[in-house]
Design a protein around this ligand. Structure first.
Ligand code: MN
Ligand code: MN
Length: 468
């Protein structure tokens, strides 16, 4: 055989047998790049309007209504072709459209993502004055590196229920003309002992106190004048008193807006990519779906603290809603669930060339190589994992191949290094085949995370193909 012929034969064999990840930007033409960048624009708007689960819920409802979806409440009638959204306590929302296909035969197609993100919440009695400052004490929510939350501009978002039951919404720090808030850190000159601490104790939970004021109330005889002045500003602006913090959900979030990153703008930095980079594509996929199946996007709360409570994935409310849909068409819920499929839409860790030691590169998600399927999550020996079956992953894989979706398969990091979980196992508990899939994220759970626009769009295309 001629040497050249042999070479071509080998190339063909490699092409046929060897799996190779591809960078989406490398293979995309100008038209595809434009689609990727256009989708990112809508996403960045979503991010800036969705820093808390309440805001994400409200903004998702707005988008759903614009797409012609109408509110559904328990007890409402349903018919084929209905496009509806169900709101759970203003903190989670389920958007669905009823297809003509028989529910018991085809099941439903679910996309499940979460809209809460790691942050700082205020304690029930947060206000105190010390040495010229008025501070608010916080209690962090979700897994954070505490030191990352110092010396950055912070905003306060949330809801306060006053003594008379009146509900006040607060959002300060986002407008250019707004003040921001701040958490102190130690100067390096005096930080020698601090820097000898393990990272977890460089800043402690009790040091995450937010500066909210410094101007004293004008009355020489008053005690805690700065605190009093802060309370009087709050009272004038919102009618809030100190006791109202006890019935409030006020969150401290980074005051950053989503921005494009790089001269070529290939990436997006933002607070809350986990998990808005999956909830937005999931929402859009269902809003735009023209499926014969019943398709559902569940945007849930409390994933970051274990999916607990009435708004988390463990709540019965999501099963109840599914039961209502089944009842409306005389379908038996347990048979529908057995036939149903779910993509647990959550982010995964992205291989970071600056921190190679925690990754096993062959099984890490590489930036811009597409949405990642995590067949299983968990920690150590797959502890706490929801491990999707080969059959189900095979089914999803075929959908992606048929629809030209670029995707990758991965794990969070090295086997012995750590791990994590998502809502997948709680959906799987309902006897619904579920697999994790989502956008690879750099600096996950930090105040300013980074993703690739290509991976975001790949996720949207994957979800759209699934609910087609
Ligand atoms: Mn997540
Ligand atoms: Mn998370």
């Amino acid at each position: 055989m001629e040497e050249k012929e042999k070479q071509t034969e080998t190339e063909e064999l490699v092409e046929k047998l060897v799996y190779k990840k591809k960078n989406i930007y490398e293979s995309a033409d100008g038209e595809e790049i434009k689609k990727i960048y256009d989708f990112a624009e809508g996403y960045m708007k979503f991010l800036d309007n969705s820093k808390t689960e309440r805001e994400a819920c409200e903004y998702s409802i707005k988008l759903a209504r614009e797409a012609g979806f109408k509110e559904f409440k328990f007890g409402d009638k349903l018919k084929v072709g209905d496009k509806r959204y169900f709101v759970n306590r203003n903190k989670s929302v389920v958007v669905f459209s009823i297809g003509k296909n028989n529910l018991e035969k085809y099941g439903v197609k679910l996309l499940g993502a979460h809209i809460d993100s790691p942050r700082l919440d205020f304690k029930p009695n947060p206000v105190y004055e010390d040495s010229g400052f008025c501070f608010l004490k916080t209690h962090y929510y979700g897994g954070i590196k505490k030191y990352q939350w110092t010396t950055i501009p912070l905003a306060i978002h949330g809801t306060v229920v006053l003594g008379d039951g009146k509900v006040i919404n607060v959002k300060v720090g986002e407008d250019e003309s707004d003040p921001v808030f701040y958490i102190n850190d130690l100067l390096p000159h005096l930080g020698q002992e601090q820097m000898r601490n393990s990272g977890n104790n460089i800043i402690t939970g009790e040091q995450l106190n937010v500066v909210v004021g410094g101007l004293p109330y004008v009355d020489k005889k008053a005690k805690d004048k700065i605190k009093l002045n802060f309370l009087s500003i709050l009272n004038k602006k919102y009618g809030i008193t100190e006791a109202d913090f006890m019935s409030a959900e006020l969150c401290v979030v980074p005051a950053y807006k989503a921005r494009e990153v790089g001269f070529d703008r290939a990436f997006i930095s933002a607070y809350g990519h986990d998990d808005k980079s999956c909830s937005y594509p999931a929402l859009q996929a269902v809003l735009n779906a023209k499926s014969s199946d019943t398709v559902i996007a569940m945007l849930v709360d409390k994933e970051e603290i274990g999916s607990e409570g009435v708004t988390g994935m463990k709540s019965r409310v999501y099963e109840d809603l599914l039961n209502e849909i089944c009842d409306a068409f005389g379908a038996r819920s347990h048979i529908v669930r057995a036939k149903s499929r779910c993509l647990s839409a959550d982010v995964t860790s992205c291989f970071d060339p600056n921190f190679t030691s925690v990754y096993e590169k062959t099984n890490a998600s590489i930036i811009s190589c597409g949405t990642t399927i995590n067949k299983y999550t968990g920690a150590g020996g797959k502890s706490g994992a929801s491990d999707a079956s080969a059959e189900f992953v095979g089914e999803i894989r075929k959908i992606f191949t048929d629809n030209n979706i670029m995707w990758q398969a991965g794990e969070l990091g090295k086997v012995d290094v750590g791990g994590g979980g998502t809502i997948a196992k709680y959906v799987a508990d309902l006897n619904i085949d579920t697999v994790d899939i989502g956008v690879p994220v750099i600096s996950m759970h930090s105040p300013y995370e980074l993703i690739s626009k290509a991976d975001l769009y790949s996720t949207y295309k994957a979800f759209s193909a699934f609910v087609k």
